[in-house]
Write a protein that binds this ligand. Structure first.
Ligand code: ACO
Length: 432
């Protein structure tokens, strides 16, 4: 069979471009030689129609609300797996056997502690420092504390990958717990030999003389929350990781850039914005109409937070899972949350509103994730750093793909220049 191609005509010249077909039938026109052959580039602001890489990690079909990691549907992983196992799957490509799982868990355990020198970084921050601001700086410092794992030489860094990957996942979790303790003026609690999620809750909520007692429902909910965030194809932070990695940068530096990208309200910061919105509706005794009306005005700053997605034109499958889990977690913990009722009502109202229906705007993962985190006792200002713990495996797996690709190029998009055409330098006395 002849390989598929695409024809385009520019300036009267016919060009034949190769077509690529992904393993789930996704079609792409290979435009790598377009500029060389025609002088043109494709303009695609925000890269919404641009495949920046080939990747074997996550498959996402936004029109049909499908998300799979390494072929496994997110619904099955959410039901049968846990965060650590899914992290292994995302990073290494297969579900671990018993021995691999044990080794991976051990590596996570053995690399959980934050060294005494590194702990001093915290002291330089005011107690009021925003958690994401702290996390970005502290994660990037890993490259300085562990230079032998962060040489900026892919060959060497890949030899140490297993250790660096486990360190990144485990330490990001410890750093997040320490950020919470530091900002609340509480002493740091060191990690113990506990399962991943319990160890986090221990570092967050133990007192020096009273150890946190794991609650199975809480552990399960935290595992689910982290698992649902573990990877999500070429989102803003993951693409940032790949972009930084493409320059040859080490794992720690590359994922620190991912943490920075995550901080914006249109990406990882959305979960905070959702809670603020739900809280305002609650405090004002409104039914959400004001927010829905304002969101329809077209201004980015008034969007209905937790709604819409850059790629889903359908329900975000993670939102379905997490929305259901909210009910279950609150019931199991014997808690109720008025914000959950508000969220459900708001969702129903938006799903009936023509503005949202016609634009195919559905709830995304952030719409309900904050409610689970509140139930676990995690304060709103920590939501985005929690997201970062969850997303670490995706960033790591994507870094590994870039680092392992011996034919990879540095990421370097082009632009359409719309500034002032050439002009000559003027001396100060001639300027207006
Ligand atoms: N509220 C109101 N209008 C919206 C919303 C929203 N939440 N989201 C999109 N729209 C509108 C856009 O203004 C646009 O309207 P127009 O056609 O009249 O110009 C239309 O819907 C289509 O927008 P998209 O192209 O789908 O949106 P885009 O890809 O630019 O943005 C984004 C995606 C950033 C997620 C957006 O939906 C948004 O801002 N949502 C709220 C923030 C949020 O929840 N972010 C979390 C995303 S999930 C994650 O990062 C984990």
């Amino acid at each position: 069979m002849q390989a598929p191609t695409a024809q385009i005509k520019v300036d009267g010249k016919e060009l034949t471009l190769p077509v690529m077909i992904g393993s789930e039938g996704e079609k792409a026109i290979d435009a790598r030689n377009l500029r060389k052959d025609s002088g043109y580039i494709f303009y695609d602001q925000g890269y919404g129609n641009t495949g920046s890489c080939e990747s074997a990690i996550t498959y996402l079909d936004g029109d049909n609300g499908i998300l799979r990691h390494r072929g496994y549907p997110i619904e099955q992983l959410a039901t049968y797996s846990d965060y650590v196992e899914t992290a292994y799957l995302i990073i290494y490509g297969e579900l671990p056997n018993a021995k691999q799982r044990q080794q991976f868990s051990r590596r996570l355990r053995d690399n959980a502690a934050i060294g005494t020198q590194m702990q001093r970084i915290f002291e330089g921050f005011p107690e009021s420092a925003p958690p994401m601001g702290m996390l970005t700086s502290i994660v990037s410092s890993l490259a300085a504390y562990y230079p032998e794992l962060a040489t900026n030489n892919f060959e060497k860094d890949l030899q140490n990958f297993d250790l660096a990957a486990a360190m990144a996942i485990s330490k990001i979790r410890s750093i997040v717990a320490m950020i919470y303790r530091y900002r609340h003026g509480l002493p740091f609690i060191h990690p113990r030999d506990l399962p991943f999620a319990d160890n986090f809750l221990h570092m967050m909520f133990s007192d020096p003389y009273v150890a946190y007692q794991p609650i199975p429902e809480v552990t399960r909910a935290l595992n689910l929350l982290l698992l649902l965030h573990a990877d999500h194809e070429q989102n803003c932070s993951t693409s940032t990781v790949r972009m930084v990695a493409s320059s040859g940068a080490n794992l720690f530096t590359s994922i620190a850039a991912g943490v920075c990208a995550l901080s914006g309200p249109l990406h990882g910061g959305a979960n905070v914005a959702v809670m603020q919105m739900l809280q305002s509706i609650h405090d004002e005794g409104d039914d959400g109409t004001r927010f829905i009306q304002a969101a329809k005005g077209g201004s980015k700053s008034n969007r209905l937070m937790g709604f819409g997605h850059a790629v889903y034109r359908n329900f975000d499958p993670r939102a379905r899972i997490i929305g259901k889990a909210c009910d279950e977690v609150l019931t199991r913990l014997g808690k109720s949350d008025p914000l959950l009722d508000i969220a459900k009502n708001l969702e129903q109202a938006a799903l009936k509103d023509d503005y949202f229906v016609s634009r195919k705007l559905y709830p995304n993962v952030d719409f309900y994730s904050g409610i689970i985190m509140r139930a676990l006792g995690i304060p709103t200002d920590m939501f985005t750093v929690m997201f970062a713990i969850g997303r670490a495996p995706g960033w790591i797996a994507n870094w590994k793909e870039v680092a392992s690709n011996t034919k990879g190029r540095i990421y370097r998009p082009r632009q359409v220049y719309v500034g002032t055409p050439k002009r000559d330098y003027t001396s100060m006395d001639q300027r207006a």
